[in-house]
Design a protein around this ligand. Structure first.
Ligand code: SF4
Length: 368
């Protein structure tokens, strides 16, 4: 079958989109910053979740210059709970880049796909989305929904996770705008994947069923082709609630890398699914923790590449906390935890402490 989006298909898609498209706070805007914000948030995240975060973000950072001038900690705080924190850090870096290069252009923003790809943290998806929606630049947006639709429309047998598949779709779709605004066409394909060509589609209602290879062959469940996923490992570890004068010790992760810049309870995660008494003893010794007691609770969280299981302990410090081996540390009350950016796992731990100590942290007076 020819892998070609005909004009009739593009027209039918756009007619369907005109009737079915959802209202979203950012939809219809051609402000590149607003579109950039929404696209950064929408990756691997449900529209309903982004609808909650987007207005808060725009209120706090109304334009790219306010984002560029903000502290990373403020940026992470507003992003908190969306996950994939590298994206927030990269967005911040990208905003600084745009602000620095703003004087070189008429608009602060590049108006084409290739220039957007030069912005730190901007990959093919975001470059295509922002340049097509804000500037009408003909660059196809290839997301998970679009990959599923195209695999079925053309019975594509390539594994959808490969670069080869991505490149093939980019080429097919870039030839399929047929005079429609590229930004709207991209949104229409994504919307068709979200609302109509779902994992279990009702093809009788699809505007493209007359052209769909998988539907005509009765093979919609065969597509898209996905290589078997590797099982993701479990990693276990420990976190310590270190109280001092009614306040808990929180430490900050290194700015670069996984969950970089976020605050958490002191602790560690192993690359193993079993507790390691030696690693436990080593952590306690290195950080001069004493009176370590199990809290009898553990917390679980799943990231894209591993499951985490953290056992909770209470502990005290043998030395003043300022002199300890933490890179950056703070004492804060349980009720103040909302003022610093934390990972979801840390928020789950705080929830357990909240249940355990409903009137705030227990009154304790240690000597350090
Ligand atoms: S006919 Fe069915 S499988 Fe084909 S594009 Fe439409 S919804 Fe998807």
């Amino acid at each position: 079958m020819q892998k070609h989006i005909s004009k009739n298909m593009a027209d039918a898609l756009m007619a369907w989109f005109g009737h079915h498209r959802r209202t979203m706070p950012w939809r219809g805007s051609d402000d590149p910053y607003h579109i950039w914000v929404s696209e950064m948030m929408l990756q691997q995240t449900q529209v309903a979740t982004v609808e909650n975060y987007y207005p808060k973000w725009i209120a706090r950072f109304p334009d790219v210059f306010s984002l560029a001038a903000a502290d990373l900690e403020d940026v992470l705080k507003i992003w908190e709970g969306l996950g994939y924190y590298t994206r927030a850090r990269n967005f911040h870096k990208g905003a600084k880049y745009i602000a620095e290069h703003a004087k070189d252009r008429k608009s602060p923003f590049p108006d084409n796909y290739e220039e957007w790809l030069k912005v730190p943290g901007v990959g093919p998806y975001t470059a295509a989305a922002v340049s097509s929606i804000a500037f009408g630049y003909p660059a196809a947006v290839v997301d998970g929904n679009v990959k599923r639709v195209m695999a079925r429309l053309f019975c594509l047998d390539e594994d959808i996770a490969t670069q080869k598949y991505h490149k093939m779709l980019f080429e097919i779709m870039n030839r399929g705008f047929h005079g429609h605004h590229p930004g709207w066409v991209n949104q229409a394909w994504m919307e068709l994947g979200s609302l109509q060509c779902t994992p279990r589609p009702d093809c009788s209602r699809c505007p493209l069923n007359g052209d769909c290879c998988a539907y005509k062959a009765g093979k919609t469940q065969r597509y898209p082709v996905k290589a078997e996923k590797k099982k993701i490992p479990v990693r276990c570890g420990a976190a310590f609630v270190v109280l001092h004068k009614n306040r808990m010790l929180m430490v900050r992760r290194h700015a670069e890398g996984f969950l970089g810049g976020l605050w958490e309870f002191p602790g560690y995660t192993l690359k193993s699914d079993r507790p390691d008494p030696l690693a436990f003893a080593e952590f306690i010794r290195e950080h001069r923790l004493v009176n370590v007691r199990p809290l009898g609770r553990s917390v679980r969280h799943t990231y894209s590449h591993f499951h985490q299981r953290i056992d909770l302990f209470s502990a005290e410090l043998e030395v003043p906390w300022e002199s300890n081996a933490w890179a950056e540390a703070r004492r804060i009350g349980l009720d103040e935890l909302g003022s610093v950016p934390c990972s979801r796992l840390t928020i789950k731990i705080a929830g357990i402490l909240d249940e355990k100590y409903p009137h705030g942290s227990p009154e304790r007076e240690e000597n350090n």
